[in-house]
Ligand binder design. Structure first.
Ligand SMILES: [Zn+2]
Length: 400
């Protein structure tokens, strides 16, 4: 018995040396940060130095203050509510110029793992910077006048405020049903999630379905690496059709951060970017779901080695990453991918046993499921790709 145990320990330590565990792995890798390193802002004024995390009430007040201060530039979208009834919000930002140029839509979404709060802070500060710089920075003015930007700072508020609305020091990865939200999306490649679709994710799917986001990022912590599609496959098994484009985008992000701090984005590999599946294959993650079903490009940004970054480090991380975060939004205008010219994007297979017609449609659509027929009408919806929930399965339809 003892020998077997020793052998197990030995094998475990060899495996640990071979590859640092992915912080998104299950079971979760615990964060060893002392709660003492987390200072909370209990008033709006206490957030002014950007060296604290907001209480839930201060977070809501900050979002409202953005709208009150810059009513022509932004409004709040309520994506939905969490299991415990907290709000899942997005700040929708675009320039007030009356040009009628086509403005592609971009999405940032952070902290679906409630204890990975660096991105929560960075997104609030990004909102503040974009709004304050409009009209004074030609670069940001131009960006806002050409782009519709949605920023969802906190997609799992129950996890972040598990210890109560006044602190993030007892945050947890899961939502209030103890479900890992990044293992709970319908899987385009065939694995059913262990748990029913959670309200936080259902709301996010609805929100994305009502928009036409072309590019997004899903912000996490626990490591520093740009994790791009696919998560479900290694690059040897199935390369993403935009692989070369992703590599260039990730390299630009990492290089920009390293201009400020050359030690950042080095704990997984020296590049600072990796195909998700080459790091650690997962199923039912958000990234692959949105890339596969929503005609949008999303990657997973792991932005800080500590999940709950000490508040004394917050300003430094903003200095390192703010330019890269702004530049990543600009990539929505840079989606041309020379490496895929002439190559057809693979069309997802119809969900087994479910037939939708006509597809594409001008509006009306009939779906023959296993248990019956269903009729939908998308006439009032803008053109785009939609995911219909039929008998608990996602069905992709295209509205012309
Ligand atoms: Zn995470």
């Amino acid at each position: 018995m003892k020998k077997i145990f020793t052998l197990f320990l030995l094998l475990s330590s060899v495996a640990a040396m071979a590859q640092k565990p992915r912080p998104d792995a299950f079971p979760p890798v615990p964060d060893t940060l002392s709660p003492k390193a987390v200072e909370m802002a209990t008033t709006l004024e206490e957030m002014d130095a950007w060296n604290r995390y907001p209480t839930y009430e201060v977070y809501l007040a900050m979002m409202q203050r953005f709208v009150d201060t810059f009513p022509t530039l932004c409004h709040i979208d309520t994506i939905g509510t969490s299991v415990q009834g907290r709000l899942i919000l997005s700040l929708a930002i675009t320039g007030s110029s009356d040009n009628d140029l086509y403005r592609p839509e971009f999405l940032y979404s952070s902290t679906m793992h409630g204890d990975e709060v660096t991105g929560f802070y960075l997104m609030l500060r990004l909102c503040d910077t974009l709004l304050r710089s409009y009209g004074t920075s030609p670069d940001i003015t131009n960006l806002l006048d050409r782009t519709r930007i949605s920023i969802n700072p906190l997609s799992n508020p129950d996890g972040t405020y598990r210890g109560g609305n006044h602190t993030v020091a007892r945050a947890m990865r899961y939502n209030a049903n103890y479900v890992d939200l990044n293992r709970n999306y319908p899987d385009p490649f065939g694995t059913d999630p262990l748990d029913p679709l959670q309200p936080e994710n259902e709301a996010m799917i609805d929100y994305v379905s009502q928009h036409n986001f072309r590019l997004s990022a899903n912000l996490h912590g626990g490591s520093e690496v740009m994790n791009y599609p696919w998560d479900s496959f290694t690059s040897l098994q199935q390369l993403n059709e935009h692989h070369e484009w992703w590599k260039q985008v990730c390299k630009r992000f990492v290089d920009t951060c390293r201009l400020v701090d050359s030690q950042r984005f080095r704990d997984v590999n020296s590049n600072g970017y990796i195909v998700g599946g080459d790091w650690y294959v997962i199923s039912n993650g958000r990234q692959d779901y949105f890339n596969y079903y929503h005609n949008m490009r999303e990657l997973t940004m792991e932005l800080s080695t500590s999940k709950t970054l000490s508040t004394t480090r917050l300003n430094h991380y903003w200095q390192c990453q703010s330019h890269a975060l702004i530049n990543y939004i600009k990539e929505v205008h840079n989606l041309d991918d020379p490496s895929t010219e002439g190559i057809c994007t693979p069309v997802p297979q119809a969900t087994a046993g479910i037939i939708a017609y006509p597809n594409p449609t001008q509006g009306p659509i009939t779906i023959e499921g296993v248990r019956g027929s269903y009729h939908y009408d998308l006439s009032d919806r803008p053109a785009g790709v939609y995911i219909l929930n039929v008998e608990g399965r996602p069905v992709k339809v295209v509205k012309h």
